[in-house]
Ligand binder design. Structure first.
Ligand code: PNS
Length: 164
């Protein structure tokens, strides 16, 4: 029997990557051989960081780690997962508030392609309150977010929102 490499996709907007995302990726790597961080190209959603900036910050944060790939995608997630021969879609779960939309998305993805499983991982307790949006809001008004994002992201955030 040959051991087949198990690949999972971790999709998201990653505007920007946070330590909560990194926590989920580390947990996913305990289960899967390889994780592809797939940044959604969504022209209708206004992002703080351009796609190439988001991809670059993620690459810098993982520093060439072999089991972590960074890519962007558009269109249906399940089509992208199939193209990459991925067996699972990883999503992070924080609190109950995440559940409803995640459940809906997972069931739709399953309806569209029953061969790709959705796997939900719980973030470490210290990241339970964080999200890219709330971190951006805190940074915008001068809050210290240095221990909530990787260094590469912190540097770019400070360029967007310089301290007065
Ligand atoms: O970080 P986010 O913004 O919560 O990630 C949402 C994402 C990228 C997982 C979701 O919007 C997505 O998968 N979009 C691609 C289109 C798609 O396949 N949608 C789900 C079935 S309708």
């Amino acid at each position: 029997m040959t051991d087949k490499k198990k690949t999972a996709i971790y999709p998201g907007s990653f505007d920007p990557l946070t330590n909560g995302h990194i926590d989920i990726i580390e947990r996913a790597l305990d289960i899967f051989d390889e994780v592809i961080i797939a940044v959604l190209h969504n022209p209708s959603k206004k992002a703080l960081f351009a796609m190439d900036e988001r991809v670059k910050m993620i690459k810098q944060s993982f520093n060439g780690r072999k089991s972590v790939m960074v890519d962007s995608f558009g269109g249906l997630l399940v089509d992208y997962a199939k193209m990459k021969n991925a067996v699972a879609i990883i999503r992070g779960m924080r609190a109950l508030s995440d559940f409803e939309s995640e459940f809906q998305m997972a069931l739709m993805n399953r309806k569209l392609n029953k061969e790709v499983q959705s796997v939900f991982l719980m973030t470490g307790f210290r990241w339970i309150f964080t999200s890219s949006s709330i971190i951006k809001e805190a940074a915008q008004f001068g809050g210290d977010i240095s221990d909530m994002v990787p260094e590469a992201v912190h540097i770019k955030m400070m360029e967007k929102y310089p301290k007065k």
